[in-house]
Design a protein around this ligand. Structure first.
Ligand SMILES: [Zn+2]
Ligand SMILES: [Zn+2]
Length: 365
């Protein structure tokens, strides 16, 4: 068949465009991204790999204000919808949903996530009966049983076993060139923060550490029977000292004073530190009335100061708000170390390129 010449060049042009689009999208997918989604005084982190997506926690600010709760839920779901629209190769499928621990600020929107997307693995560490998010975890246990989703209830005593989560991590390594390793898991603590799942992820030589709401060792924690998980990571039987030396630290416990210590940061030596917390200056809604950053005093000035001393990279100077206890706001305080917070920066996206370059994150504020 003889094609007219003009049509032929249109065909060539289309083929070249298609090839370029394929090349660009393949390059975009040969990356790892860490999305810290702004869900207020709560936490939700999406990890994007070349062929997988993993969600760590699906929290949302938990106040008496329904409009605020709805706003953060809507934002989380819109963010995930936009993500899956861009990554249509993933077919709306999360390889795993990991619950760091059963507190409401980490579980509030779990059900909405499971109702909307396909999930292959549900990973949790159990928790105390009355934990604030345990009703959400129980609801998900029912869903995973009904839908035959793989359910992993993991404990700290098992993490050093060679067979521990082997198939799960092998698939990430094989298909997404990503190393993923749990350094700690459920510990049957009365203080569920210290039973947080601790996950280390590495892609092209760049590493990330997620410690949930793990706390330092203090009298309060010891009274509750489990001691500080951060200290245990360094020195006790769950220790992997070389593995806590990472490039990006997802800072523990929303920047609470008890979520960061000098000894821990000296081992971690982060290039970047990132916090998920609410905006503490929500004074219009009545100080102390609600379950928000003002109430908790996050991010705490002492924790931020420690992070400034130990975070290696810098950022252009930003005026931020921190808090000291009892509930004193420190406003317009400049920082120039690479410390990021959803409370200052909105949504945050860190990217590791296929060549292993890790740049400062993109921020939505
Ligand atoms: Zn929390
Ligand atoms: Zn917690």
């Amino acid at each position: 068949m003889n094609y007219p010449k003009r049509n032929l060049s249109a065909v060539y042009y289309s083929v070249i465009c298609l090839a370029m689009i394929c090349l660009f999208s393949a390059a975009a997918r040969a990356q790892m991204k860490m999305h810290v989604i702004n869900v207020g005084q709560a936490e939700a982190v999406l990890l994007e790999f070349p062929r997988h997506a993993v969600l760590i926690d699906a929290g949302g600010e938990d106040t008496f204000e329904t409009a605020v709760q709805n706003r953060f839920r809507r934002h989380l779901l819109e963010y995930l919808d936009a993500f899956f629209a861009r990554r249509n190769d993933l077919n709306q499928t999360l390889y795993s949903v990991v619950v760091s621990h059963p507190h409401k600020d980490h579980t509030k929107n779990l059900r909405a996530v499971f109702e909307r997307y396909t999930v292959k693995h549900f990973i949790e560490g159990g928790g105390s009966i009355n934990a604030s998010g345990m009703d959400d975890v129980r609801a998900i246990r029912n869903i995973v049983a009904e839908k035959n989703i793989a359910h992993h209830r993991i404990y700290a005593r098992d993490v050093k076993r060679p067979s521990f989560m082997r198939d799960w991590s092998a698939e990430l390594l094989r298909d997404s060139q990503t190393e993923a390793k749990f350094l700690s898991a459920g510990r049957r603590c009365n203080d569920d923060n210290n039973a947080s799942l601790v996950l280390r992820v590495a892609y092209q030589g760049k590493s990330f550490l997620f410690v949930g709401d793990a706390e330092i060792d203090d009298k309060e924690g010891r009274k509750l029977g489990c001691g500080g998980l951060l200290s245990r990571l360094l020195v006790e039987e769950v220790s992997f000292p070389e593995l806590v030396d990472v490039d990006v630290l997802k800072v523990g416990h929303h920047g609470s004073k008890n979520g960061t210590s000098k000894a821990f940061l000296e081992k971690v030596t982060p290039q970047f530190a990132v916090l998920s917390a609410g905006v503490p200056a929500t004074r219009s809604s009545g100080r102390g009335r609600f379950f928000h950053a003002w109430n908790f005093g996050h991010p705490n000035e002492i924790a931020v100061k420690l992070l400034e001393e130990h975070t290696i990279k810098t950022r252009s100077t930003l005026n931020v708000t921190t808090m000291t206890k009892p509930r004193i706001l420190i406003e317009n305080r400049p920082i120039d170390k690479a410390i990021y917070c959803t409370c200052w920066d909105g949504d945050l996206v860190f990217t590791v390129s296929a060549a292993g370059n890790l740049e400062a994150p993109e921020t939505s504020n």
